[in-house]
Design a binder for this molecule. Structure first.
Ligand SMILES: Cc1cc2nc3c(=O)[nH]c(=O)nc-3n(C[C@H](O)[C@H](O)[C@H](O)COP(=O)(O)OP(=O)(O)OC[C@H]3O[C@@H](n4cnc5c(N)ncnc54)[C@H](O)[C@@H]3O)c2cc1C
Length: 398
C-alpha cells in the first residue's frame, strides 16, 4: 500500500469491489482496504439477486452461483399461496449466490485490473483539511499510517462509520433497521429452484421470512423483522426458530448469522468534499425487499464514473461530486428506492386479515410480468379503495 492514490476505497463488499475495479480500469491509481482478514466472510446475506441485474456488472459464473431460481412463492399469513412462475416473476427470479466466493471474485477482478488491495486494514479516521476529506488514517496490524487520496469512497456497509466521522448524519431509526437472523440448513425437502417468502405478523412482524435454496437439499432460511418489534423472547432468532422447528424439524444447521439491514430512505446527501458514499453506507438498500447487492454495485460503479471525471478536471469539491448524488437519484434505482419505501411503509400497517385479502386477490391476477409496480397497479384495479389507503403512493403510480 502506498501513501497516496487517486482513489481510496474503504470496504471490500460489492460496492467497494466494483468501485476499485472501475477505478483501475479507468487508469486511476486506487487502493481498496478491508478491515476483515478475508474478503467475503462471514456472509451476512441471503444471497439472492436478479439475473439481469447481476449481469450488468459481472458475467455469471457457476463457481459462485449456488442455485438458479425459476420461480417464487409468496405465502400469506393464512397459508394462501401465490405462485410466480418464471415468465411472471421478471427480475424477482435469479440466482442465489455463494457470496464467500462471489465477493472474492469481484475483488480479484479489481486486483487484476490494477487496484491495490489491503485486507485486515481498517480506516480509523478521515484525514481532513479545512472541511475537505483528503484520505484516511488506516490501521494495519497495529500500525497506523496516513493514506492520501483525491477522492475517498466510503463503501463500509451498513455499520458504516467513515461518513459519520466526516460529519454526515447516518443515523437509522430503530424501526427502520431490520433485525435479521439466518441459518443455512441442509438435508431438507425443498423445491431447489424456487424461493419462498412468508408474510404475517405472527411469522415476521413488519418483515418477512425467506427460504432461498442453495442446492437440492440446502437453503438459506432467514428472517428480518422491524427493530421496534424485536423484544426479549421475540427476537428475529425466536421467530426463526419457531418456523424452523415446525417446517424443517429434521434439518441440520450448518451456519448461523445475525445482521442488520437498513430499510430507511437513503442519506439526504451521499457526497461531501472529497468523499462519495456508496452501497449500504449510503442506505441504498431496497426498503421493501432488503436487497442491496445490486444497488451497492450500481452506486460503486457510478461513484467512480463521477470521481474520474472530477479528478480529471481537478475539482473534487462537494459541488462537483454532486453529479453522483443526482445521478443515482435520477436513475432507475433512485426511483424504485423512493417508490418501494412508500410501499413498505404501507405494507407494515396491514393486519394479517388485510394481507390475506391482498394475497388472495393477487394470486388471481393475470399479470403478464410480475413487478412490485405491476402488482400494486393491478390490485388498485380490483380494489379501488386501495387508492385511498395508499394515498400519495397511488398518485405516483399513475
Ligand atoms: C441477513 C441479510 C440478508 C440479506 N439478503 C440479501 C439478498 O438476498 N439480496 C441482496 O441483494 N441483499 C441482501 N442483503 C443486503 C446485502 O448483503 C448488502 O446490501 C450488500 O452486502 C451491500 O454491499 P456493500 O458493499 O455496500 O456493503 P458490505 O457488503 O457490507 O461491505 C462493506 C465492507 O466494508 C468493510 N468495512 C467496514 N468498515 C470498515 C473500515 N472502517 N475499514 C475497512 N473496511 C471496513 C466491512 O468489513 C465489509 O466487508 C442482506 C443483508 C442481510 C444482513
Amino acid at each position: 500500500m502506498k501513501n497516496k492514490y487517486d482513489v481510496l476505497v474503504i470496504g471490500g463488499g460489492p460496492a467497494g469491489a466494483i468501485a476499485a475495479r472501475t477505478a483501475a480500469q479507468k487508469g486511476l491509481s486506487v487502493c481498496l482496504i478491508e478491515k476483515r482478514s478475508a474478503i467475503g466472510a462471514p456472509v451476512r446475506c441471503a444471497e439472492g439477486i436478479g439475473q439481469a441485474a447481476l449481469s450488468e456488472f459481472v458475467k455469471p459464473d457457476k463457481r459462485w452461483i449456488s442455485a438458479e431460481m425459476s420461480g417464487a412463492t409468496i405465502v400469506a399469513p393464512d397459508g394462501t399461496v401465490m405462485e410466480l412462475e418464471s415468465n411472471l416473476a421478471g427480475n424477482k427470479v435469479g440466482y442465489i449466490l455463494d457470496r464467500k466466493i462471489f465477493d472474492r471474485e469481484l475483488v480479484w477482478q479489481a486486483a487484476e485490473a490494477g487496484s491495490d488491495i489491503s485486507v485486515k486494514t481498517r480506516a480509523t479516521a478521515p484525514i481532513m483539511d479545512g472541511g475537505i476529506v483528503k484520505g484516511a488514517k488506516v490501521e494495519f496490524c497495529g500500525k497506523v499510517s496516513n493514506v492520501h487520496a483525491e477522492v475517498v469512497i466510503a463503501a463500509d456497509g451498513v455499520e458504516s462509520k467513515f461518513s459519520r466521522w466526516c460529519g454526515i448524519d447516518t443515523t437509522v431509526p430503530v424501526r427502520e433497521i431490520m433485525s435479521s437472523a439466518q441459518y443455512v440448513i441442509t438435508d431438507i425437502d425443498i423445491d431447489p429452484h424456487s424461493t419462498i417468502f412468508y408474510l404475517g405478523n405472527e411469522v415476521a412482524p413488519e418483515g418477512y421470512l425467506w427460504v432461498f435454496p442453495k442446492g437440492e437439499r440446502t437453503a438459506n432460511v432467514g428472517i428480518g423483522i422491524s427493530g421496534r418489534k424485536s423484544k426479549t423472547g421475540h427476537r428475529a432468532k425466536d421467530y426463526l426458530d419457531k418456523f424452523v422447528h415446525k417446517t424443517f424439524p429434521k434439518g441440520k444447521t450448518i451456519e448461523f448469522i445475525v445482521g442488520g439491514v437498513s430499510v430507511c430512505q437513503p442519506l439526504d446527501c451521499t457526497v461531501s468534499n472529497g468523499l462519495i458514499i456508496t452501497g449500504d453506507a449510503a442506505r441504498v438498500v431496497d426498503p421493501l425487499t432488503g436487497g442491496g447487492i445490486y444497488n451497492a454495485m450500481f452506486t460503486g460503479h457510478l461513484a467512480v464514473e463521477v470521481a474520474a471525471d472530477c479528478i480529471g478536471k481537478g475539482d473534487t469539491s462537494k459541488k462537483a461530486l454532486m453529479a453522483y448524488d443526482a445521478g443515482w437519484r435520477a436513475s432507475k434505482i433512485g426511483k424504485s428506492l423512493k417508490r418501494n419505501y412508500h410501499i413498505k411503509e404501507y405494507l407494515i400497517t396491514l393486519s394479517d386479515e388485510k394481507l390475506n385479502a391482498i394475497i388472495r386477490s393477487a394470486s388471481k391476477l393475470n399479470l403478464t410480468e410480475f413487478s412490485t409496480l405491476n402488482l400494486i397497479k393491478e390490485l388498485i384495479k380490483v380494489n379501488p379503495k386501495l387508492v385511498l389507503e395508499l394515498g400519495a403512493l397511488a398518485a405516483s403510480l399513475r
